[in-house]
Write a protein that binds this ligand. Structure first.
Ligand code: S3P
Length: 427
């Protein structure tokens, strides 16, 4: 499946209870199970390339994984040196979290990934880990994978991060769990906090006060994780935008995490004028519920704070910008340049190809709402770019190529899209 032609959609009214399970929580649930005494049970694990790679690595590190198709049971007797090169595929989260996770393990480990991941910066985790005694290295002075890790004794630390990154924070928290004393990690803005919530739920001694997390190293193994992974707000958001840009449409997205660090893009869409309501149905580790989005004419907004809370959704939100009245502005978002693609460039170039006026800045861009025209867009191997421009196709028709990347996060995306419009695939 190399490209798809998307037809414009008529109005629709849909309830979806099969949005892809959350990627961040799935990665963590597989990895953190190795810190527990006893068997962890994970329901609704994301069966997509990124997270299945993490599960495979967990197996390669010696955990027993039983999978009946519904519940994944993980039992570990400690991290074992692996005979295999550990392949994180396309996943920055997998690679960066494993750096922290393995830096105190007994043995030598090699982490690699696909050609995109091997070009993404790793110094943001290797530098702070090296400063506390970890032994890591990689190409370009430790910045690029493949990375090698030799487990070492780690010193306690007080680390002040310059970037609001949950991956860096999680790598350091995982390292802190086995450091030789109490550690603190402070970030400039709160990034997603699944690691803190899940580890605390497993009995780890972690205190979060504002932007500072204090971590007391583990004295014993943690309690097993018993978790049902909620739907991924970043995946749900594509369908929120679909309803928000298609007149007279309405969508209900079931079982999504309402973690405040994850639903900022829905709040942004609400500020643009879409009608959105939230109905909480559960709360274990994370608040969870249903999100309803109803079409209304959209107006431009500025997005400049809490960027890490909507960083993954900015490509899809930009499609809504293109359909809104006025000029939307994104600032303080230079992190977009080091995602699965340079997302400032891929969004701006894609929208320009569709006839939308844009301006590109080093740390953001502007989008002037207008008439979206059908175009041919290459995803550049980035799943969120592929899905965003497919959603744009609901408005005006679109051809999008290089689609395999969608399997990294949302394997049933096209099954759901088929409920809204006609898709013609070409190999
Ligand atoms: C993630 C953190 C974010 C996000 C990524 C998933 C995580 O990255 O963009 O998709 O699960 O920790 P950064 O930590 O680089 O901001």
């Amino acid at each position: 499946m190399n490209s798809v032609k998307v037809s414009p959609a008529k109005d629709f009214s849909l309830t979806i209870n099969t949005i892809a399970p959350d990627k961040s929580i799935s990665h963590r649930s597989a990895m953190f199970s190795m810190l527990a005494e006893g068997t962890s049970e994970i329901r609704n694990f994301l069966r997509a390339e990124d997270t299945l790679n993490t599960l495979e690595i967990v197996k390669n590190l010696g955990a027993t994984v039983e999978d009946d198709g519904e519940v994944i049971k993980i039992t570990s007797t400690g991290i074992k040196e692996s005979f295999e090169v550990l392949d994180c595929g396309n996943s920055g989260t997998g690679m960066r979290l494993f750096c922290g996770f393995l830096s105190s393990a007994n043995g030598h480990f090699i982490l690699t990934g696909d050609k995109y991941l091997r070009s993404r910066p790793m110094k943001r985790v290797t530098s702070p880990l090296l400063s506390i005694g970890a032994k890591l290295d990689g190409r370009d002075d430790g910045d690029l994978a493949p990375l090698s890790i030799r487990g070492a004794s780690l010193k306690s630390f007080d680390y002040e991060s310059k970037i609001a990154s949950a991956q860096v924070k999680s790598a350091m928290i995982l390292a802190a769990l086995r450091a030789d004393g109490i550690c603190t990690y402070t970030e400039p803005e709160l990034s997603r906090d699944h690691t803190e919530r899940m580890l605390k739920g497993m009995g780890a001694d972690l205190q979060v006060k504002g932007l500072k997390t204090t971590i007391i190293p583990m004295k014993k193994l943690l309690e097993p994780l018993i978790i049902t992974v909620p739907a991924d707000p970043s995946s749900a958001f594509f369908f929120a935008v679909a309803a928000a840009i298609t007149p007279h449409s309405h969508i209900v997205l079931k079982g999504v995490t309402f973690n405040p660090t994850r639903i900022e893009a829905f709040k942004a869409l609400e500020r643009m004028g879409a009608n959105i309501s939230y109905n909480e149905t559960d709360n274990k580790y994370e608040p969870i519920g249903d999100i309803t989005v109803t079409y209304a004419p959209l107006k431009a907004i500025t997005v400049e704070s809490n960027i890490s809370w909507l960083i993954d959704e900015l490509p899809a939100l930009s499609i809504a910008f293109a359909c809104a009245e006025g000029i939307s502005i994104v600032k303080n978002a230079k992190e977009l340049r080091v995602k699965e693609s340079d997302r400032i460039a891929t969004v701006v170039n894609g929208l320009s190809a569709c006839g939308i006026d844009t301006t590109e800045y080093e740390d953001g861009y502007t989008v002037k709402g207008g008439i979206l025209n059908s175009s041919c867009i290459d995803s550049d191997g980035d799943h969120r770019i592929a899905m965003s421009f497919i959603i744009a196709g609901l408005r005006c028709g679109m051809q999008v190529s290089d689609l395999d990347c969608i399997n990294t996060s949302f394997p049933n995306f096209f099954d759901l899209m088929k409920e809204i419009t006609t898709l013609n695939f070409k190999v």
